[in-house]
Design a binder for this molecule. Structure first.
Ligand SMILES: Cc1ncc(C[n+]2csc(CCOP(=O)(O)OP(=O)(O)O)c2C)c(N)n1
Ligand code: SF4
Ligand SMILES: [Mg+2]
Length: 200
């Protein structure tokens, strides 16, 4: 029988494989049963991550993960609510929701799969693409300064905002566990490998 890892549809060596494994292990180690948790996501390369993790899930609109997660939490505060987002989604079109969620400070774990580009639409620059990086929309190199999501979250009063590395599975799992256990808004900005479009 093929394992769930073999069934994930991704480019080879995509960082998603390990990120999904870390989330599954974090839930397991914290004994959060599938009927007590909800994951909210929307479109981006990783939107189907919810399909590989047991439990309730919802796929909403690009950039609107956090408002939807907020409604879920307000409707049933006993649920563990995780919002998944991506850099193009959460740090651009969903930027307003991001900073206001930081200051609203509800108990939502927000994981951003940050591959520094719009990968699903084949590699355009996002708000966190490094300066001088060559992308489809910046063929001569990006001339716009990226911002630092952790600094921005802290400025917007988030009490938990950490960066994690897709490649360090154990540390990533521990940071995700910490974020879930933090009973207020928690951002984990995950540095995600994207061999197809993040070539810097
Ligand atoms: C409201 C809306 N605007 C634009 C799109 C088109 N769109 C789909 S995926 C995507 C980019 C995704 O980039 P990112 O959020 O960084 O996710 P990644 O694919 O890199 O994981 C865009 C612009 C859409 N689906 N909905
Ligand atoms: S384009 Fe990048 S983020 Fe998307 S599946 Fe491929 S490697 Fe992963
Ligand atoms: Mg992206």
């Amino acid at each position: 029988m093929r394992s769930w890892l073999n069934n994930i549809q991704r480019c080879p060596w995509c960082g998603d494989f390990l990120i999904i494994a870390a989330i599954k292990s974090a839930f397991k180690e914290l004994w959060i049963e599938s009927h007590n948790r909800v994951i909210v996501s929307w479109i981006g390369c990783s939107w189907k991550a919810t399909h590989y993790i047991d439990g309730y899930a919802s796929e909403t609109l690009h950039g609107r993960t956090l408002p939807f997660a907020t409604w879920v939490k307000m409707a049933n505060p006993n649920l563990t609510v995780m919002a998944m987002g991506w850099d193009g989604d959460g740090y651009w079109i969903g930027m307003g929701h991001f900073i206001h969620s930081c200051r609203r400070d509800l108990d939502i774990t927000y994981l951003v799969f940050n591959n520094e580009n719009y990968a699903l639409t084949t590699g355009q620059a996002s708000a966190v693409t490094p300066i001088w990086a060559k992308t489809k929309t910046t063929p001569e190199g990006n001339t716009t300064q990226p911002f630092d999501p952790i600094a921005l979250a802290k400025n917007a009063w988030a009490r938990f905002a950490k960066r994690a590395d897709w490649a360090n599975l154990l540390e990533l799992k521990e940071i995700i566990k910490e974020a879930i256990q933090h009973k207020w808004f928690a951002l984990v900005d995950i540095d995600q490998k994207c061999p197809s479009f993040r070539r810097w």
